[in-house]
Design a protein around this ligand. Structure first.
Ligand SMILES: [Fe+2]
Length: 287
């Protein structure tokens, strides 16, 4: 089954429970026209990139919300930081209103401003996000957390953000799990001791990193796996579990993105997490 794209009507009361059910089942929720206006000063952030160009994105992290990767005058950078802080509040409000089961349970990680076109340069296959993948962070073990992402297209010229989505996580895992190398608790402890990882890499983290790589390296799978093209028009906001939904970013520029973490135990149905799906496929709990 290909990940469903579900458009959420914004008028009236949000149907809460059915939305969470769809989201946990691997849907992408699309909100066509939530209000998030840019003021006159902020228009410049969608006219040219205010980025130092060293990283793919500009972002803020944590309570201090230190701005990283930005360019522009001191005032411009302060205003860009304000914009990202406002977007984080917008994402929190979206969760409280439309996904009330998660209200107060998610923790907000990075907020990013993505002014550049999806990178069509020939990057290393591992960094090539046009290839279908699920998200996994090499230096930042996730353990028993889920990755929930809230994206918004802020392109001023009518340019859509282009994605493709792939088949459901379980079907993908069945094909790829037999190819993955075994997990070594010893090397996980070593990576953490050497501070290559910020915490101990669990077996789940190990599997997700190898899935991410195996998927991106398999060009036959990339070309022939079940998939569908999706367009997100300017003004649209979309929400998905990017650790569960197979996706590739194919084009578009000027986007805002909020990453949030949710404990598996705080899902309405933890059994639908990639953590539990992988354990079931392996027939044992993960280490
Ligand atoms: Fe991704």
């Amino acid at each position: 089954m290909i990940s469903p794209i579900l458009t959420v009507p914004e008028a009236g009361a949000s149907p809460g429970a059915p939305l969470v059910d769809a989201l946990e089942g691997g849907a992408v929720l699309v909100f066509p026209s939530l209000d998030f206006p840019l003021d006159a000063f902020e228009q410049r952030f969608v006219e040219r990139p205010f980025a130092d160009g060293k990283a793919k994105n500009v972002n803020i992290r944590g309570e201090a919300a230190t701005l990283k990767g930005a360019a522009g005058t001191e005032e411009e950078q302060a205003r860009l930081r304000d914009l990202l802080i406002r977007y984080r509040a917008f994402a929190r409000d979206l969760i409280e209103r439309h996904l009330p089961a998660y209200a107060g349970k998610v923790s907000f990680a990075g907020t990013s401003y993505r002014p550049f076109d999806v990178d069509q340069r020939k990057l290393s296959w591992r960094r090539d996000d046009t290839r279908l993948h699920v998200d996994a962070f090499p230096s930042n073990p996730i353990g028993e957390k889920r990755i929930l992402r809230i994206f918004r297209n802020i392109n001023p010229n009518g340019q859509s953000r282009l994605w493709r989505v792939g088949e459901d996580f379980g079907s993908m895992a069945e094909k790829f799990l037999p190819r993955l190398p075994g997990y070594s608790p010893l090397s996980a402890r070593l990576l953490s001791a050497l501070r290559i990882t910020k915490a101990r890499r669990s077996e789940y983290d190990h599997l997700m990193l190898h899935l991410h790589d195996a998927l991106k390296q398999d060009m036959t799978y990339q070309g022939s796996a079940p998939q569908a093209d999706v367009e997100f028009a300017p003004g649209q906001t979309w929400v998905t579990f990017s650790d569960l939904v197979m996706h590739g970013a194919m084009g578009g520029r000027y986007m805002l993105e909020q990453t949030a973490y949710l404990a598996v135990a705080d899902q309405v149905d933890p059994e639908r997490s990639p953590q539990r799906i992988l354990a079931r496929k392996l027939g044992r709990p993960l280490q």
